[in-house]
Design a protein around this ligand. Sequence first.
Ligand code: BGC
Length: 416
Amino acid sequence: MRLKIRKTISAFAVLAASASFAHAGDVEVLHWWTSGGEAAALNVLKQDLESQGIGWQDMPVAGGGGTQAMTVLRARVTSGNAPTAVQMLGFDITDWAKEGALANLNDIAAEEGWDSVVPEALQKFSKNDGQWVAAPVNVHSTNWVWANKAVLDELGIAQPTTWDELVAAMDKVKASGKTAVAHGGQAWQDATIFDAVAMSTGGPDFYKAAFVDLDPAALGSDTMKEAFDRMAVIRSYVDDNFSGRDWNLASAMVINGDAAFQFMGDWAKGEFINAGKVPGQDFLCFRFPGTQEQVTFNSDQFALFNQGGTVSDEQGALAKAIMSPAFQSAFNVVKGSVPARVDVSDEAFDACGKQGMKDLAAASKSGNLYGSAAHGHANPASVKNAIYDVVTAHFNGEYDSATAVSELVSAVELAQ
Ligand code: BGC
């Protein structure tokens, strides 16, 4: 509870410090892209708009997963001062659309043919009641491992493909004195690992039953207990200073060779690329062991707030810029994600990006594409936050696995 109050205060402090001075013709964009790699990607968008004479008013609110950004957004809207455009994930878009807060983009979508190029799994969130309310800029996924190649080579570790191989690899790294798992102890980061661990432990049917269908039997199952047990195993391989560390600083530990692995969404690749690192040469990207067939995705979309029933020129320009195939390629090459359109070539992408695009298409075809629970694509924010609380309390040793399972069942029930 104390933690929640503190978070809210800091979100309001950010709000006060960055009162908006947007001019007509500018877009004011609220987002949480504050790391080096994220800022580099955001620049691609800023420059695109500036080349069209549209000014950019930046409204950054740090915090992966966007929890703090969503708190600031609520305060802005409540005070009658909604930003022009907001980075949003999955069910948050649906929630705002249901409140009637978002602009109707149907004319632009029809003109630009969005229906035929945006994957169904994204349209589910970009549209509400048949109305386009957001423009998807990318597809990320959470079940990735990022590894320092030199560290693995030096220790004779092959890329792990099963949970047991991963544990053996983490053991070897720990024995060498290096940190096995670079991690930042923040609720959304713990939950991001939990996406992959739950999928790997129970497989896709279990993942769907637990996090999409919110089936109490799956949430309270022995499989869920095993998933928590595995989280405790991972906890034993993080360093002593993990608490509160930002995710990009954890990426830096792998980049610098202080740690071997990070379990994180492919925004981590943006940090490696921003540091001049090359996939296959300096670092490896591979799916979390046991989830090679699956993709747990999230898509950053820009929701445009309703400004008196019309879509302003600058909002229209932003939406069109985001959806242009050339932009989708240029942006996602830098961001670490893959395009939100099916007709963009993989030519400009590095090996990890090409794999990301291939995995996404294959998972979508074989029924192995699932929304990320940690990043708002499996269930609404109230449930997501309830899961965060349990996962993080367990990760920090407040609950044993059996207690975590029963807390999960009741927290999810209460949150619905
Ligand atoms: C977003 C990414 C972002 C990451 C860390 C995720 O929720 O989808 O775009 O890079 O959080 O900030």
